[in-house]
Design a protein around this ligand. Sequence first.
Ligand SMILES: [Zn+2]
Ligand SMILES: [Zn+2]
Length: 272
Amino acid sequence: MGPVAPVPEPLPAPAFDAHTHLDMLSEPVTRVLAQARAAGIAHVITVGTDLDSSRWTAACAAEHASVYAAVAIHPNETAHAQASPGRDAALAQIAELAALPQVRAVGETGLDYYRDNAPPAVQQDWFRAHIEIARSAGKALMIHDRDAHEDVLAILLEQSPPPSVVFHCFSGDAELAKRCAEAGYVMSFAGNLTFPSAANLREAAAVAPAELILVETDAPFLTPVPNRGRENAPAQVAHTLRAVAEVKGMDVAELCATVMATGERVFGPWRD
Ligand SMILES: [Zn+2]
Ligand SMILES: [Zn+2]
């Protein structure tokens, strides 16, 4: 990864980064948050992928008022967690963290058929268990779906998820966006929407109802244009938000207000 991307021109109104990994960035959290604020990014959801990082995100959100946490065992980490500390022990700890007030989502969980770190049956079992945790804790469900759209949708249908379901780093086309919209699922678009090759993602954003759209960085990955090749950070979500506004023919300030309202509906009230 290259040097950290320069801070974008500030947005005309506050917005937030719906999915990031503050624990994976090379810069300290306080500096990352100050740069985000300078770009108009008032809040970030930092996301756990295993037990250690889930504990870390919960602690980070307890320490910083503008940070909220999501906790889960990532589908690519499920086989590892199954070996140690074991399925039930790991899930009990995720459930305990999910009950904390600064933890606003269970995720990232879901299915990843692109990598084969864990067999599909194992991923599906853990995904179902995470859905149950989200529902009983009354938190949003934050989904990682890579090359697994049909199985993710089928399991959501069977498993009665909580009211707020977010597809992080939405990777479908306009057709999948319509199906998600019918189900009331929120689509969170990442920096790859700005890539020249990503016409399918721009078409998906174009048909998605504005009130079901969020934007995220998934930092340190997927740095948006014009900073590809540099390290991503929450401030960069300003570029993605501007790109989504352009695709939807919306005023940038209006989209900022819309994603902030959707964020509170999905993740609960902001603390500051
Ligand atoms: Zn993911
Ligand atoms: Zn992620």
